[in-house]
Design a protein around this ligand. Sequence first.
Ligand code: URA
Length: 215
Amino acid sequence: MAEAMVLIEERRVHVDDLLVVSAAHQVHKNNQVTLNGQVLIARPSRYLLLNKPIDMICSTVDDKYPTALSLLKVDRLSELHIAGRLDVDTTGLILITDDGHWSFNLTSPQSGCEKVYKVSLSKPISLDAVQQFHKGVLLHGESKLTLPAKLEIINPHNVLLTITEGRYHQVKRMFFAIGNKVTSLHRQKIGSLELDIDIGEWRNLTTAEVKALSY
Ligand code: URA
């Protein structure tokens, strides 16, 4: 971006036949962008999925833990970001891209995109938890109930939770709100995309997968 701004200031960039004088100049995918009269071809955006291990963070820098992005052996790593972060002690499916528009729409509460978590609990799940989560619970310090969530009980200490929001530490706080405690958390699905690779591994999304997650 900084490099592009210098080129714009030097009056070397045109969009179609118009000289670009500001970095805020709107460019449509059908426009032709030239630098010194040479046509520029846009690189296609990148979309990846990674099975995040425990003790890795989803932000870019931390004093204690390495970033999950360091597992990717790809060029121009600094251009990528994680769409929908997981806590350092949470494992599972994360999506990585350089397409800010795609990740913004995907993670926006309006998308209604379902996220499925496998949750282990310190106490047996209470009988009315399914109803409570369906109706919505009040998270500590908040004034709005959580949106309806689906709870499936695997056994008293292990459940699947499907939510469509992404509030701060949402899953842990939802169980705290009903008097329980999460002991391990794993995201196994986002929308129609199910985790299908081993822990620490990553792969590119297919075009169909990207489209299915475009909101
Ligand atoms: N909810 C949490 O509490 N933590 C996560 O990492 C993801 C969802």
